[in-house]
Design a protein around this ligand. Structure first.
Ligand SMILES: CO[C@H](O)c1c[n+]2c([nH]1)[C@H](O)[C@@H](O)[C@H](O)[C@H]2CO
Length: 453
């Protein structure tokens, strides 16, 4: 068995460092229309021919909706003390607003109670990309009404689970929601509109602020925002590459964090979007200032950036680092980027509390043999990234926890089931679970370094 991460600081910041695993509703639950649930945009998108590799859908996924008690037992076996999951909005409000589906609330309440019985802290993500289809029909995130829809939905959950759930996240990766769903079109709802994109981003920021205010009114004290962060490094010291790197850094890393923490958009956004960038009044910008109680950092890789006018709208492209290892997603394995991005947050936003809410890798795992699955590359990825997190901790980053992505091999959006990130293997036929070597490594790391990596 591989060695766990490096030695732990003697003065780890807190006994309640969270060692978790993360998932999302549409990727693992299956049964998307069970017990009164309404369809989501991902139910429609995945069942639209040509949208998802191999025609895969989340109709069954990991069958977690029916096997959730088994998965809680798996988490206990792994020794995690936290679990990040998302709620399917359309299970709670089948039409997106109005009528509450009690069976949907009951499902998540049973899950949360089972987690708490095992001493596992639930971290609930309100929105992980699966907007109710009924709201997309009314304009979706491009609608000016969308922040109100989201705040009302959040309030239903705060009131139903606020006495049990202490850690909340409003949105998972507003950048991916915006760029994937409205600019590049590879994610639901599959739009490709330069003009719609900044409007959606602005509404997501308004929605985050509205859900934060709604949570405060309900006495919820720890509400975060999860963002995908990808440190950008210039391919050369040329002015063109340095400028292109700054633009890509604004586009990916600062577009959403600057408004919530600083009450302003990065200056580069107007250059990137040109005439498609809306005019925002000072009061509209100030209304976006809604600093979360913690930042959820989803880190996977970095980018080395070269100027490229043909790559619009940013005018920059990622340069593949052929000499370095890459995952099955063709993402460079670069642990130092995690340290760098955590230190960047510390310096730019005043050292806010941070959880690494996603970190992991897809590899073409070998098949299980004799009840074992030797995913050596994933073990190495976890070990080097836990060390990278430890380096940030030792430099004073207020890191409160680490959530591996993902608990289970699951539905990887437009890649379907072709890309596997799990600590636990899920058989594609009978969905039997098998803890991989990476799950065993993670369990050993938690046992040995429970107070922090
Ligand atoms: C560019 O990577 C993003 O940060 C990112 C990677 N991932 C994510 N966001 C999503 O939050 C998950 O639902 C994905 O399953 C996961 C793996 O692809």
């Amino acid at each position: 068995m591989s060695k766990p991460p490096t030695e732990i600081r003697s003065d780890s910041p807190s006994r309640d460092f969270l060692w978790g695993a993360a998932t999302s509703a549409y990727q693992i639950e299956g049964s998307p229309l069970a017990d009164g649930a309404g369809p989501s945009i991902w139910h429609r998108f995945a069942n639209t021919p040509g949208r998802v590799l191999n025609g895969d859908t989340g109709d069954i996924a990991c069958d977690h909706y029916r096997r959730w008690h088994e998965d809680v037992a798996l988490m206990a076996a792994l020794g995690v003390n936290a679990y990040r999951f998302s709620v399917a909005w359309a299970r709670i409000l089948p039409e997106g607003t109005g009528r509450v589906n009690q069976a949907g609330l009951d499902f998540y309440r049973c899950l949360v109670d089972a987690l708490l019985e095992q001493g596992i802290e639930p971290m609930l993500t309100l929105y992980h990309w699966d907007l109710p289809e009924a709201l997309d029909t009314r304009g979706g995130w491009a609608s000016d009404a969308s922040p109100g829809w989201f705040a009302d939905y959040a309030q239903v959950l705060y009131r139903a689970l606020g006495d049990r759930v202490r850690l909340w996240i409003t949105l998972n990766e507003p950048w991916v929601i915006t760029a994937g769903g409205y600019l590049y079109g590879d994610l639901a709802p599959g739009h490709r509109s330069l003009h719609e994109t900044p409007i959606v981003a602005h509404n997501l920021l308004r929605a985050h602020a509205a859900a934060l205010a709604s949570g405060r009114a309900e006495g919820i004290e720890r509400i975060g925002l999860a963002v995908n962060l990808e440190p950008q490094y210039p391919a050369s010291p040329s002015a063109e590459d340095i400028g292109a790197t700054a633009h890509r850094d604004a586009f990916i890393n600062r577009w959403f964090l600057d408004p919530v923490f600083l009450g302003r958009y990065p200056a580069e956004m107007e250059t990137i979007f040109g005439s498609a960038w809306p005019r925002h009044s000072p009061s509209e910008l100030d209304a976006l200032r809604a600093p979360p109680d913690f930042i959820g950092v989803n880190y996977y890789s970095r980018s080395v950036v070269r100027a490229d006018p043909t790559e619009q709208p940013v005018g920059a492209r990622r340069v593949r680092q052929d000499a370095r290892p890459h995952t099955a997603m063709d993402w460079e394995v670069y642990p130092q980027g995690l340290t760098d991005i955590l230190l960047w947050i510390q310096g730019r936003y005043g050292n806010p509390p941070v959880y690494i809410t996603e970190n992991g890798a897809a590899f073409d795992d070998p098949p299980p043999v004799a009840g074992r699955l030797h995913d050596r590359q994933r073990v190495a990825y976890l070990r080097t990234h836990l060390r990278a997190a430890s380096r940030a901790l030792r430099r004073g980053v207020d890191l409160r926890g680490y959530f591996a992505w993902s608990l289970l091999d699951n539905f990887e959006w437009s890649y379907g089931y072709a890309k596997r990130f799990g600590l636990v293997h899920v058989d594609p036929v009978d969905r039997q679970r098998l803890i991989k070597d990476s799950g065993r490594f993670y369990r050993d790391a938690i046992r040995r370094y429970g107070r922090g990596p």
